[in-house]
Design a protein around this ligand. Structure first.
Ligand SMILES: [Fe+2]
Ligand SMILES: [Fe+2]
Length: 133
């Protein structure tokens, strides 16, 4: 296991804590696949699974923030959009047979997600809780 959940990632909103745990699991799957030198197809599948789940998760968060009138909604959404663009680029390069699937790539994804979850995602917790999420 590469990333392990602990309370420093919790923002108190159960549905999003669970989705963040799901993201960690997909990152661990991708990491294990690279370490075990799985074939190209398997790694591509793991990357796409992570990307799809990330998109769904971001959309759910954005919806909840918008409905709750969260003041930093736009700023938060901009960060999501930038991350998806970055991961899409990596996926496209991978599908173009460029050698991008490395541990450094996983580290980059992990560092972004960890940091995002521990800072901006934690920041919306109290506001969403107060508005009944
Ligand atoms: Fe999140
Ligand atoms: Fe977020």
């Amino acid at each position: 296991m590469y990333v392990k959940w602990d309370d420093s990632y919790s923002n108190g909103i159960e549905v999003f804590d669970n989705q963040h745990k799901g993201l960690f699991k997909l990152i661990n799957d991708l990491h294990d696949g690279i370490r075990e030198k799985k074939n190209r197809e398997a790694l591509g599948t793991a990357l796409v699974a992570l990307m799809d789940y990330t998109k769904t998760h971001f959309a759910d968060e954005e919806n909840a923030m918008r409905l709750a009138g969260y003041p930093d909604y736009e700023k938060h959404k901009t960060k999501h959009v930038a991350f998806i663009a970055q991961v899409s680029d990596i996926r496209d390069r991978y599908l173009n047979n460029e050698p991008v699937m490395t541990m450094e790539l996983v580290a980059l994804l992990v560092n972004w997600l960890k940091n995002h979850i521990q800072t901006v995602d934690r920041a919306y917790g109290p506001h969403l809780k107060a508005s009944g999420a």
